[in-house]
Design a binder for this molecule. Structure first.
Ligand code: F6P
Length: 361
């Protein structure tokens, strides 16, 4: 292996630049490799957009949010949308991409991504092209790793928001609803809710009823607590209900836009609790900004160990954190199914034990 490529796929995430920096520095300093940064995710492999990265090009990027590799997008090269006679048809561009990689003499690819991008990486390895994955998502819902980079930063942002909402909720005797990201898994809502001392946490894994949420708010009122804080994951849903979909974008690799669960329950909560209710949607603030020290360290370890794994020939594997150690697992294990919050796990138990309601009883 002489030359490697690195690309970022899917939504952006704090720590992406820290990973890229570690990959480039490790590849050059430890193994004397050449590194090409692929621009704009998998699209860059179709349109031959890449840039040679050296130690200078990654200087100063450790604390920076976003990615120096253009945009991260959700293009799927195995199902790539092209317009034909005004219609969108999906074509497989993977052979073209492998040919492009060979032309560039790129021997292996490091793919920094979540479930979607790593699944694509696995398909390239299934076709024989060497890849190594690095687990990225603020949602922390990838299997086979204790944690993905970016989650800790999002957790800090959400916890800080709860702390701030507490003081204004108290001053106005209001119910404050904070909507956080978490499409299929409620890790951000759960952990920020515990860290911020929320009164109610609503997550996709534990369907709720408005009655149970209001019972909790009234109970607090009866005990002299004149405000309540509710943290709701965007993918949370009522018992027997569906997720609240804000918008469906046709022809998109990721067509469902969630958002709106907070406002959809606010009116009902106001009615049944008799308290003024306000909603804050944290949105993409959770994906932006400088990574926390934990994420900077994790990203650096992931980046460095991914290059090491590549040099050891562990293709088709992803680096992961297991009990404080960086290890590798087959990408297939990581993308088999999403890692969800276990309703009977110790975190939910601890939250319930300190009086947090999940709106389920
Ligand atoms: O990164 C995952 C995620 O944060 C989800 O929780 C959220 O639904 C999604 O990204 C939104 O991303 P975008 O608005 O970029 O499509």
């Amino acid at each position: 292996i002489k030359r490697i490529g690195v690309l970022t796929g899917g939504g952006d995430c704090p720590g992406l630049n820290a990973v890229i920096r570690a990959v480039v520095k490790t590849a050059i300093n430890q193994y004397g490799l050449e590194v090409y940064g692929i621009m704009d995710g998998f699209g860059g492999l179709i349109h031959n957009q890449y840039t040679k990265l050296d130690v200078r090009s990654v200087s100063g990027i450790l604390p920076r949010g976003g990615t120096i590799l253009g945009t991260t997008n959700r293009d799927n090269p195995f199902r790539y949308p092209v317009k034909k006679n005004g219609e969108t048809v999906y074509v497989d561009k993977s052979d073209e991409i492998i040919a492009n990689l060979k032309k560039l003499e790129i021997d292996a690819l490091i793919i920094i991504g979540g479930d979607g991008s790593l699944s694509i990486g696995k398909e390239f390895w299934d076709k024989g092209f060497p890849v190594i994955g690095i687990p990225k998502t603020i949602d922390n819902d990838l299997s086979a790793t204790d944690i993905t980079f970016g989650f800790d930063t999002a957790l800090h942002t959400a916890t800080d928001a709860i702390d701030k909402l507490h003081t204004t909720a108290e001053s106005h005797h209001r119910v404050m609803i904070l909507e956080v990201m978490g499409r299929y898994a409620g890790w951000i809502a759960l952990e920020a809710g515990i860290a911020g001392g929320a009164d109610v946490i609503l997550i996709p894994e534990i369907p709720f009823t408005i009655e149970a949420v209001c019972r909790k708010i009234r109970e607090r009122k009866d005990n002299g607590k004149k405000f309540s804080i509710i943290v709701v994951a965007e993918g949370a849903r009522k018992k027997g209900g569906e997720m609240v979909v804000a918008k469906v974008i046709p022809d998109s690799a990721d067509p469902i836009r969630l958002g709106g669960i907070g406002s959809s329950i606010a009116e009902e909560i106001e009615k049944c609790s008799g308290m003024e209710t306000r909603v804050t949607v944290l949105g993409h603030l959770q994906r932006g900004g400088s990574p926390t020290p934990f994420d900077r360290i994790l990203s650096t370890r992931y980046g460095a160990c991914a290059v090491k794994a590549l040099m050891e020939g562990k293709f088709g594997h992803m680096v992961c954190l297991r009990n404080t150690r960086i290890e590798t697992v087959p990408i297939a294990d990581a993308v088999k199914q999403l890692r969800k919050v276990p309703p009977d796990g110790d975190k939910v138990f601890a939250a319930k034990s300190v009086g947090i309601s999940f709106g389920d009883e």
